[in-house]
Design a protein around this ligand. Structure first.
Ligand SMILES: [Fe+2]
Length: 286
């Protein structure tokens, strides 16, 4: 489906990339795929008619999808950042560092660590920003916003810093891997981005340590294992283990404090009020 100019939404989202959107850019010098959809004849034949796929941009390790099949079919060059390279070691172009990488005259690849360490965005013609899993448009508030800390695997703070660096770029479209894409006038986009960064910097709990976060991490570990990314899955499991241990320690501490409060209240100890304050403090931490 044509979005605008020569940028298409592919559809046929693949479960192998957690249902991520994939996009096709038709270029006279060779076409691009931004993430890969399902490898289905309908799309393969269409890409064939449009001249094949010269480059496949892998924004980060979760959106590998059907890269291998498309790469083999079209002998495409595959592009990924070194920090996520272990998920696709045979990649043809390995991006290094945190500075923008220019690719052909119209493409800028922007390393944006946060969601994963090797997460990158792709800017095409200073108009279309493929944001992968760090920026989206909220359908309810009608605002651009960062992905929340519960779905940020590497570092929320790094993600905020990465998105803050986007201020130096001009663009009108945000084309997401998940969720709503949007086109805004450049000035409006810039204002939206500014508000999104302010909101993200004020996030009260950038590294949540609770049940929901643990569930998300465990889901992600399961997905990584399905993709045979076991080394990285183990790394994420260390993060999950930290939350499990913290929960055990907090529960044990709360149990001790609750018993002490009961005791202090029963015998009218003068410090009962203080214990109440301490208890509330720990409850607020959990
Ligand atoms: Fe992702």
């Amino acid at each position: 489906m044509l979005i605008e100019d020569e940028v298409y939404y592919c559809g046929f989202n693949s479960i192998k990339s957690a249902g991520a959107n994939a996009y096709f850019i038709a270029r006279p010098g060779g076409n691009w795929l931004v993430s890969t959809p399902k490898f289905v004849p309908h799309l393969v034949n269409k890409f064939e008619k449009l001249g094949g796929v010269k480059h496949i941009f892998i924004s980060h390790r979760d959106d590998l999808g059907e890269t291998e099949k498309y790469q083999e079919r079209f002998r495409s060059n595959t592009i990924i950042h070194r920090k996520d390279l272990d998920c696709y070691p045979q990649a043809g172009t390995v991006l290094e560092g945190q500075e923008q990488i220019d690719f052909e005259p119209a493409f800028k690849i922007i390393p944006t660590p946060g969601h994963t360490e090797g997460h990158c965005m792709l800017l095409y013609h200073d108009k279309f920003l493929f944001t992968a899993d760090s920026l989206r448009f909220n359908r309810e508030t009608l605002q651009v916003e960062l992905w929340n800390p519960y779905w940020t695997w590497f570092s929320y703070q790094a993600q905020v810093d990465s998105v803050a660096r986007l201020h130096r770029y001009r663009f009108q479209w945000i084309l997401t891997s998940h969720g709503q894409r949007v086109k805004l006038a450049e000035a409006e986009m810039s204002e939206n981005l500014k508000r999104a960064i302010e909101k993200a910097r004020a996030e009260p709990n950038p590294e949540p340590c609770d049940e929901q976060r643990l569930r998300n991490l465990e889901y992600y570990i399961g997905e990584l294992r399905k993709l045979n990314q076991h080394v990285y899955a183990n790394k994420i499991d260390q993060k999950a283990e930290f939350i499990r241990q913290t929960a055990v320690e907090l529960n044990s501490l709360q149990a001790t404090i609750s018993t002490d409060i009961e005791f202090a209240n029963k015998w009218h100890f003068p410090d009962a009020q203080d214990w109440n304050v301490v208890c509330k403090f720990w409850q607020s931490c959990s």
